[in-house]
Design a protein around this ligand. Structure first.
Ligand SMILES: Nc1ncnc2c1ncn2[C@@H]1O[C@H](COP(=O)(O)OP(=O)(O)O)[C@@H](O)[C@H]1O
Ligand SMILES: O=C(O)C1=C[C@@H](OP(=O)(O)O)[C@@H](O)[C@H](O)C1
Ligand SMILES: [Mg+2]
Length: 163
């Protein structure tokens, strides 16, 4: 959360002239409700079910940039679908930057806690190995404006051997 997936994904898609999808937006559209509502009414597991359905269906299309939510890697089915369907970019941010970038937003239910910094640190400890397991490239986003992050992604993807 706050690594910049939604922001960078949209910019990257524009550069690549590809359609852009954000799994969180897609979940909201398909559900007809926002993410806090889904967490409140269906719990995190209800949200994860919806997330898996959306990611696995979007991974069937070719030629798009997909930004997932930060917890998408928790399910092995999602990791496999992402790995199989294209290149995976892990946008890394320090917990300090995550805190700064998410502080004003009220739409991340997992951060509605007394100490969101501790939540982010705990989640990163669990998820970092999962991100690394599926990433083709890992990009540092701390102290780098979105345009610079996009340029680095393009260069790093270009340098990869064709699949
Ligand atoms: N590289 C960056 N530098 C500074 N601010 C950023 C950067 N990437 C994203 N942001 C800002 O951080 C906030 C969260 O970004 P977002 O794209 O929603 O992250 P994610 O989808 O990974 O949770 C937004 O306000 C966005 O403008
Ligand atoms: O990390 C998570 O578990 C989540 C991240 C959010 O997306 P972003 O990573 O785009 O903020 C969103 O999917 C939901 O609030 C859960
Ligand atoms: Mg996002």
């Amino acid at each position: 959360m706050g690594a910049g997936k939604s922001t960078i994904g949209r910019l990257l898609a524009k550069e690549l002239r590809l359609p852009f999808k954000d799994s969180d937006k897609e979940i909201e559209q398909r559900t007809g409700a926002d993410i806090p509502w889904i967490f409140d009414v269906e719990g995190e597991q209800g949200f994860r079910e919806r997330e898996q359905a959306v990611i696995c269906s979007l991974c069937e299309s070719d030629g798009l940039v997909l930004a997932t939510g930060g917890g998408a890697v928790l399910r092995p089915q999602n990791r496999q679908a992402l790995r199989n369907c294209g290149r995976v970019v892990y946008l890394h941010a320090s917990v300090e930057q995550q805190i700064d970038r998410t502080a004003r937003d009220r739409n991340r239910p997992l951060l509605r806690a007394p100490n969101p910094g501790q939540v982010l640190a705990d989640l990163l400890a669990i998820r970092d190995p999962l991100y690394r397991e599926i990433a083709d490239v890992i990009i540092e986003t701390d102290e780098r404006p979105p345009r610079m992050v996009v340029q680095e992604i393009l260069e790093r993807l270009e340098a990869l051997a064709p699949r």
